[in-house]
Design a protein around this ligand. Structure first.
Ligand SMILES: *[C@@H]1O[C@H](CO)[C@@H](O)[C@H](O)[C@H]1NC(C)=O
Ligand SMILES: *[C@@H]1O[C@H](CO)[C@@H](O)[C@H](O)[C@H]1NC(C)=O
Ligand SMILES: *[C@@H]1O[C@H](CO)[C@@H](O)[C@H](O)[C@H]1NC(C)=O
Ligand SMILES: *[C@@H]1O[C@H](CO)[C@@H](O)[C@H](O)[C@H]1NC(C)=O
Length: 414
């Protein structure tokens, strides 16, 4: 469950058309949108860093650092002669299994920090250690994620497996871990992952406390992805948060405001929003245009989408932070396939050279990995706007009401 899109029911917004709104003139001043390729020469080379060590201080990422995330492809093997693109990305969130120690060493030599992604609450049938998981520890199938089932977070066997994986992260030199699927309590069917008794929020908090202690032992940082309902319970023992689409979902109480107390403690939020990208042709020198992956927002301009996703303009939404707080988020605008392409809030964009994953999802080659729907699972909610993702026909889930609904006068109850 690498990228999660929250299901929300709010059918009222369906059919709201962008053409109803004169966005630029009547509603707000569109931010200037001047995307430009990263100028690598302007960036001062960062001093090399070394990886974690047992007993050493736990690495603490800082608010304001820029992040690149690549999960459905992997970074093409780096060597000491490789140029790291984008050079301005301070922190790299990469798959634990698919990333080599050599690549991590090169990133460290370039002053970068590496967070290693691993699923701690979902089985992934293509992983080399998959067969060591007893059947009794596998719960419900994740309907939208091929090859993944929930894991029993209470199982000592699962815990030992995770200890091995965390050790692997240490051995590869990961500065931190990005544990995914920590929230089976929030599954699609409200079955607590399909275990008896169902997994609860308390189980997730206990499990995260363990993961954190284990990673800290190795000097590595720990984050939590989404699972906002337990954020306050784990804030004291994690170093960063990972969020998908809190701006998109800021039209209701699930939005980015939930992270304000976390940021206030000096802990960064690595925040990803998803777009479709229309790149200029190879022979023209134009900039790419970006478009919301949600059909009903597809007519918003690139400038509007960027300023909304980057929290530079809260458009009056009560659940979107103001631009001062918005600037504290480490936002990266990504394509849904979580490959090498990234855009930052200053409009710069770049594409990290990537290669195929080892056995795992590679949506560039096999869009079917995403399954029929590509929505963030959430409490059985459904309906809403349709997506326009190139990775497949996705019906269902969407932000409620949404930006257009709001701008056209529906307000947040639309
Ligand atoms: C977007 O604009 C096109 C062309 O004007 C129009 O056909 C389409 O209905 C619009 N879509 C939305 C969701 O407003
Ligand atoms: C999380 O913290 C809230 C607020 O302190 C508390 O009400 C709730 O019971 C806690 N949940 C868990 C699972 O610890
Ligand atoms: C937490 O760690 C302890 C000690 O290693 C272990 O016995 C326990 O099963 C773990 N609990 C969870 C929920 O992973
Ligand atoms: C922005 O929001 C923060 C937190 O809600 C608040 O403390 C601050 O005063 C606000 N700043 C402005 C300029 O509105």
């Amino acid at each position: 469950m690498r990228s999660l899109l929250f299901l929300q029911a709010c059918l009222a917004a369906v059919g709201v058309s962008a053409s109803n709104v004169d966005l630029e003139e009547n509603i707000y001043d569109a931010q200037a949108y001047k995307p430009r390729q990263l100028m690598t020469r302007q960036i001062r080379p960062a001093a090399p860093v070394s990886g974690p060590r047992i007993g050493g201080p736990v690495w603490k990422p800082q608010i304001g650092q820029k992040v690149q995330v690549i999960l459905d492809r992997r970074v093409a093997q780096l060597t000491q002669f490789s140029r790291v693109t984008p050079e301005q990305a301070d922190i790299w969130d990469l798959d634990l299994f698919d990333t080599t120690k050599q690549t991590i060493d090169v990133l460290h030599a370039n002053g970068k920090r590496v967070i290693c992604y691993l699923s701690v609450g979902g089985s992934e049938s293509w992983r080399p250690d998959f067969l060591t998981i007893p059947k009794s520890d596998l719960g419900d199938v994740m309907p939208k994620w091929k090859g993944e089932r929930y894991l029993n977070l209470r199982s000592p066997t699962v815990w030992r497996l995770m200890q091995d994986r965390i050790k692997m992260a240490y051995d590869k030199g990961c500065d931190g871990i990005d544990p995914d699927n920590v929230d089976p309590f929030n599954d699609d069917f409200e079955r607590g992952g399909g275990f008896t008794p169902p997994l609860t929020e308390a189980d997730s908090v206990d499990y995260l406390r363990n993961l954190s202690a284990e990673a800290h032992y190795y000097g590595m940082a720990v984050g939590m992805k989404n699972a906002e309902s337990i954020l306050a319970n784990v804030t004291d023992f994690i170093e960063f948060a990972v969020n998908e689409e809190c701006a998109t979902y800021s039209t209701d109480e699930d939005g980015c405001m939930l992270y304000v107390p976390f940021l206030a403690k000096g802990k960064p939020v690595f925040h990803f929003e998803y777009v479709n990208v229309n790149s200029p042709s190879l022979f023209s020198r134009g900039a790419p245009s970006i478009q919301s992956v949600y059909k009903n927002w597809a007519n918003l301009s690139s400038a509007d989408i960027l300023s909304y996703y980057c929290l530079q303009n809260n458009f009056g939404f009560p659940y979107l932070p103001n631009s001062t707080v918005g600037a504290m988020f480490s936002t990266a605008v990504k394509k849904l396939d979580l490959g090498g392409w990234v855009m930052y809030c200053d409009g710069t964009y770049a594409e990290t050279p990537t290669a195929q994953t080892v056995g795992g999802p590679d949506r560039e080659l096999d869009p079917g990995w995403r399954g029929k729907e590509s929505q963030r699972g959430g409490k059985g909610k459904s309906g809403g706007l349709e997506m326009t993702s190139p990775t497949g026909p996705q019906a269902g889930g969407s932000p409620s009401g949404g930006l257009l609904g709001w701008l056209t006068g529906g307000g947040r109850d639309s």
